[in-house]
Design a protein around this ligand. Structure first.
Ligand SMILES: Nc1ncnc2c1ncn2[C@@H]1O[C@H](COP(=O)(O)OP(=O)(O)OP(=O)(O)O)[C@@H](O)[C@H]1O
Length: 353
């Protein structure tokens, strides 16, 4: 068994070439990833393998091959110790309708080994922390979706774990409810020092909430990096110009002129889209101040109007676009694995298939 004290400081989760194969589906495919303390987002479409990974990390399902450690503990041998130290908020509704939140969370605290008085005290504190007050004495069956999600979060936190796995905690919530849940998740780490692994298919949510984002698709790791790296300001310029009578295709003329001057020019999807569908936007890799001057002078030389020239930020959604562009032919989806579009926070969607 690995030494939990030394591993904890650097990583809370380590997987090496972790695979899970079902008879007709490969849910995880040689996934190697290190996750540090903090709030980490695990993003992937429906069927990407998120829930399967969580079940393996909790020691609830065996991997087909590879290894995984949580808080320095081996998932194949130390499942029960891992479950003592890790809280788990499952994706699906799993709450008994006939008992109150207080009764249910006290029960879960007792199951985690807390003595009766401590279980009651911790339950009261935790339910207050997630924003349930008088309602906590009413049967859960009458709760709204948002209240049920809070109860699920409370039972994951009640035994004061070092790490929590939150599987799609914003599922079924309206925008205000989502914002409240995301705020709670950030406070779990900020106020209590509990590390969080939170799954979502909403990229914008993770962008706002997490320190680090791990992206998986079809059970494979697409990318693992800090949220800042995903969204950093790049040296890429977005340029939009007007057409004129002399230059009815101003964008095309500018592109040709810039390429003639040795500048790399792409459209929104790295050249994969037509200019018309990319909204007449050109992207130019800026080598320095001189690129700005060159664009300005070229636009002026062509007699075009410069509508926009701005630095652009990478969005997490680009991970999927880049991956698509890198694939000459898209990888076949695992049998039975639906490929839902990724939704961005602003309601936009990006299909990774
Ligand atoms: N017990 C099982 N038997 C067979 N196939 C399974 C089983 N559990 C999961 N799968 C398949 O493994 C793939 C990954 O599923 P998983 O639930 O991990 O995805 P996910 O990313 O959590 O998606 P979702 O958000 O929809 O739950 C899917 O194709 C799913 O159908």
């Amino acid at each position: 068994m690995a030494d939990a004290t030394t591993v904890d400081a650097v990583t809370v989760i380590v997987t090496e070439s972790l695979s899970k194969r079902f008879p007709r589906v490969t849910a995880l495919d040689r996934l190697s990833v290190d996750i540090a303390p903090g709030v980490t987002g695990l993003v992937g479409a429906n069927g990407a393998g998120k829930s399967t990974l969580i079940k393996i990390l909790l020691g609830l399902a065996p991997a087909t091959e590879g290894s995984a450690h949580v808080l320095g503990l081996d998932v194949t041998k130390d499942g029960s110790t891992i479950r003592e130290r890790v809280g788990y908020m499952p994706e699906h509704d799993c709450l008994p309708p006939d008992v109150s939140a207080t009764e249910f969370v006290v029960h879960m605290a007792r199951m985690s080994g807390l003595p009766p008085t401590a279980a009651r005290e911790r339950t009261a504190d935790t339910l207050r922390h997630v924003g349930l007050y008088e309602e906590r004495y009413r049967p859960i069956g009458g709760y709204s979706t948002g209240m049920k999600q809070r109860v699920k979060l409370a039972q994951a936190l009640v035994h004061d774990p070092q790490l929590v796995f939150l599987d799609e905690p914003t599922n079924g919530l309206d925008p205000a409810g989502r914002d409240e849940m995301l705020g709670l998740i950030q406070r779990v780490h900020r106020d209590f020092g509990i590390s969080v692994l939170v799954t979502s298919h909403l990229l914008g949510e993770l962008e706002r909430t997490c320190d680090h984002v791990v992206v998986i698709d079809g059970g494979k790791l697409l990318r693992s990096s800090s949220t800042d790296e995903f969204t950093q300001v790049t040296a890429s310029l977005a340029i939009e110009v007007t057409d004129t009578d002399a230059q009815p295709d101003g964008t095309g003329a500018l592109r040709a002129a810039l390429e003639g001057a040795g500048v790399t020019v792409t459209t929104a999807a790295g050249g994969a889209e037509s200019l018309a569908s990319s909204g007449h936007l050109l992207y130019v890799e800026a080598a320095g101040e001189e690129t700005y001057d060159l664009v300005r002078d070229t636009v002026a030389g062509l007699g075009l109007g410069l509508v926009r020239m701005e630095q652009r930020r990478h969005q997490i959604a680009e991970v999927f676009r880049d991956a698509d562009a890198a694939q000459a032919t898209p990888a076949p989806a695992p049998a039975g694995a639906p490929r839902a579009p990724y939704a961005t926070q602003d309601g936009g969607a990006h299909d990774v298939a």
